[in-house]
Design a protein around this ligand. Structure first.
Ligand SMILES: NC(=O)c1ccc[n+]([C@@H]2O[C@H](COP(=O)([O-])OP(=O)(O)OC[C@H]3O[C@@H](n4cnc5c(N)ncnc54)[C@H](O)[C@@H]3O)[C@@H](O)[C@H]2O)c1
Length: 347
């Protein structure tokens, strides 16, 4: 029996990964897409405005904590697959105030799982992160590595993953978890390392780097993640954990140096600031499982960075209202705070 999705509900579809994923679905597949997004500072409805009225895409402004709304939407739109991307996602903000992360990432996920208990879903896809494992100084984390999150953000994602596991075991919700390494590409809110570095460099402003910038991360271009998510929407098995990564690992300093080179800017723009408390030095995921399904990352880092830099250079009208809007004040305050705090320097 063909159990590939017909109608997918994407939570957080107006955010970075959500926008790219929904665009992928609308361009590369024939599924119908319903997006529910609270439009926090990180969500922009106009990202997908071109598809509104197309007959295959519906946008609903709402919170995932609103069980009634979600239940009603799932019923009336005949949703068969739920891809849960909505979250508060910025580690720095979680350090300043953890509560909204608990509210959305934990409570919101539990609400969605409760809704999922009451309807007939084929798959519930929980989007998670390598950060739930905490620091991985050697080797790579496997799908059954114990969770040991370091930041309030990572703890809220780990808690959500535990609820997903529990709802699968207790109530048979057909849920599985996708854990990804760092993702980059168009439409990412400017507070994250890569867009922030590009935009600072375009303005010839210093690029703040935590500590000595030697933290190591794996980096995956967003189109590759979207392909993996779609594949898993079609063949993912309840109860599983799937890792998605490129295996390409760089220090933050190396990554920013590549961006500066692409923009023809000097490395002296990098400015070391006191390290973030609890900052993990390295994450790394093992991802052979997806390779067995025929998935491979297809965009090399150099190409992905080139595309991303070009996108930000060509889409000033997208980021200017964000860069000079409310976020400008947050950025100034964050910068002052980080310089004053001097919490810990990691070597
Ligand atoms: N970006 C990465 O590198 C990365 C890596 C691994 C995992 N993830 C996970 O992928 C998912 C998407 O990440 P992203 O980078 O696109 O995040 P993002 O911050 O760009 O987008 C999050 C979206 O969720 C929406 N949202 C927030 N609270 C909501 C609520 N209560 N109800 C409904 N919508 C709400 C926001 O408006 C926004 O559109 C998250 O679950 C994140 O933890 C991201």
């Amino acid at each position: 029996m063909d159990d590939s999705p017909r109608t997918i509900l994407v939570t957080g579809g107006a955010g970075f990964i959500g926008t790219n994923f929904v665009e992928y679905l609308l361009r590369q597949t024939d599924v119908r897409v319903v997006v529910v997004d609270a439009l926090t500072y990180a969500g922009q409805r106009h990202n997908l405005a071109a598809y509104e009225g197309s007959g295959r895409y519906v946008f609903v402004h709402g919170h995932i904590e609103n069980a009634q709304l979600l239940y009603h939407l799932c019923r009336t739109c005949e949703v068969d697959t739920l891809v849960h991307l909505a979250a508060h996602t910025h580690v720095d903000r979680s350090i300043l105030q953890a509560q909204p992360f608990v509210q959305t990432n934990v409570q919101g996920t539990v609400t969605l799982l409760e809704v999922a208990r009451q309807i007939r879903l084929r798959r519930f896809v929980q989007m998670s992160t390598d950060e739930v494992y905490g620091e991985c100084l050697r080797g790579e984390c496997a799908e059954d590595t114990p969770l040991l999150p370091s930041s309030p953000y990572a703890a809220s994602k780990a808690a959500a993953d535990c609820f997903v596991h529990a709802y699968r075991r207790t109530y048979g919700v057909p849920a599985f978890i996708v854990r990804s390494c760092n993702v980059y590409g168009p439409y990412q809110f400017p507070e994250k390392l890569l867009p922030m570095s590009i935009l600072c460099a375009l303005h010839d402003e210093p690029i703040p780097l935590y500590g000595d910038g030697s933290q190591r991360r794996q980096w995956l271009y967003v189109d590759d993640l979207c392909r993996a998510l779609w594949l898993l929407c079609c063949i993912g098995e309840p109860g599983q954990v799937y890792h998605v990564s490129s295996g390409v690992e760089l220090t933050n300093r190396e990554l920013v140096a590549q961006i500066l080179q692409l923009l023809g800017k000097p490395e002296t723009l990098m400015r070391s600031v006191p390290d973030r408390p609890g900052h993990d030095r390295r994450y790394a995921l093992r991802w052979e499982q997806l390779r067995c399904f025929g998935w491979e990352p297809s965009v090399q880092l150099e190409e992905g960075l080139r595309r991303t830099v070009a996108w930000y250079r060509d889409h000033r009208s997208w980021w200017e209202p964000l860069w000079y809007g409310e976020y400008a004040q947050y950025r100034r305050q964050w910068y002052e705070q980080v310089l004053q705090s001097g919490v810990r320097q990691e070597g």
